[in-house]
Write a protein that binds this ligand. Structure first.
Ligand code: NAD
Ligand code: IPM
Ligand code: MN
Length: 349
């Protein structure tokens, strides 16, 4: 018998709806002898609006004491006057990623048999984006001067440390090494962002020497958008910075069947703190509370969580159940969020 302490943050909008289905699936997928002991945290817009709290230090420390985190989504309607922009995104989600050192933001993209790609001939798409999770333009290193005047200046400085770049690049190489095609593509914009680009390029070349079997490719991020839509099957492992990775993975989701299918893991590979698993999508205020959200991304995030915790068979079973469900879908007859969760859970039951 073993116990896994799981922190659950449903969050905002469709977050709690899809998380409920993910937990339903986890309940039936948990390997024999493993108990998931859940602590639910009511973090998000509602708590902020009621109390002014986003992520109290005491709560962060409690969360740190768990083995893993399952998150739905955070954030409100864009431009809601009651929610200052970024308050939840930066104060809750990014704070968790930074404080818990989630330097590998893992975002796999596959076209599963039943998934409908908007591309006419996508080919055999199966790649993973290793998005840096703790640096880049996300660190909040910037500021504004003369706000509201015609002379206003705003900066968002991208932070790229040799330490931070090298560790994520090495993780990406190690993943490429374990995959059949053993191919890594660095995606950046070294032709314009010459300072950050130089660090990424040099460390990629340097770490490549440790992985002689992995072939290395480079693509500017704009050209990568072309190839993601014209020939996505060419990619195997993509390594990129925090902001490029955010953008690349929404496109990756769109071409592999939609944002409702895209799972992610915010991984601390050194295991100095719990890793966090969440769908790539946000709180989707346009469909929140209507049971219209597809919970598959949240459910596939549970597969990533199980794999991370050392249960590859259970992870594979969850993925297989989601794939089987996908193959059975009729686009003309969409099901409610809970019906999809029930259907996937019952395949495992
Ligand atoms: P979004 O991902 O929430 O929604 C984009 C579009 O995709 C919407 O039309 C939405 O209805 C649809 N969609 C998203 N998830 C879906 C699902 N599971 N099933 C069916 N359709 C789905 O992105 P957005 O509109 O840019 O952001 C909304 C809010 O979410 C913002 O406050 C943003 O900051 C936040 N956000 C949070 C996260 C996160 O918590 N990880 C990620 C992205 C955005
Ligand atoms: C994501 C989201 C977040 C990001 C936001 C909400 C901070 O878009 O998880 O992809 O940019 O990383
Ligand atoms: Mn995003």
């Amino acid at each position: 018998m073993s116990t896994v302490k799981l922190a659950v943050i449903g969050g905002d909008g469709i977050g709690p709806e899809v998380t409920a289905e993910a937990l339903k699936v986890l309940e039936v997928a948990a390997p024999a002898g493993v108990t998931f002991e859940q602590t639910t945290y009511d973090l998000g817009a509602e708590r902020y609006l009621a109390t002014g709290e986003v992520l109290p230090d005491t709560v962060l420390e409690e969360i740190r004491g768990h083995d893993a985190i399952l998150l739905g989504a955070v954030g409100g309607k864009p431009n809601d006057p009651n929610l200052p922009p970024g308050i939840l995104e930066r104060g809750l989600l990014l704070r968790l990623r930074f404080e818990l050192d989630h330097y590998v933001n893992l975002r796999p993209s596959k076209i599963y048999p039943g998934a409908v790609s908007p591309l006419a001939n996508p080919g055999d798409v199966d790649f993973v984006v290793v998005r840096e999770g703790t640096e880049g333009p996300y660190t909040g290193n910037g500021g504004a001067l003369r706000v509201g005047t015609p002379a206003e200046i705003a900066t968002e400085v991208s932070v790229n440390t040799a330490y931070g770049v090298e560790r994520v690049v090495r993780d990406a190489f190690a993943r490429a090494q374990r995959r059949p095609r053993k191919k890594l593509t660095l995606v950046h914009k070294t032709n314009v962002l010459v300072h950050a680009g130089a660090v990424w390029w040099r460390l990629t070349q340097q770490v490549a020497a440790e992985f002689p079997e992995v072939s290395v490719d480079y693509m500017h991020v704009d050209a990568a958008m072309i190839f993601l839509t014209t020939d996505p099957a060419r990619f195997d492992v993509i390594v990129t910075d925090n902001l490029f990775g955010d953008i690349v993975t929404d496109l990756a989701a769109a071409i592999t069947g939609g944002i409702g299918l895209a799972a992610s893991g915010n991984v601390n590979p050194d295991r100095t703190a719990p890793s966090m698993f969440e769908p790539v999508h946000g709180s989707a205020p346009d469909i929140a509370g209507q049971q219209k959200a597809d919970p598959t991304a949240a459910i596939l995030s549970v597969a990533l969580l199980l794999d991370h915790l050392g249960h590859p068979d259970a992870a594979g079973a969850v993925e297989a159940a989601a794939i089987a469900d996908l193959a059975d879908r009729t686009p003309a007859a969409p099901r409610r969020t809970a019906e999809v969760g029930d259907a996937i859970a019952s395949r495992l039951g």
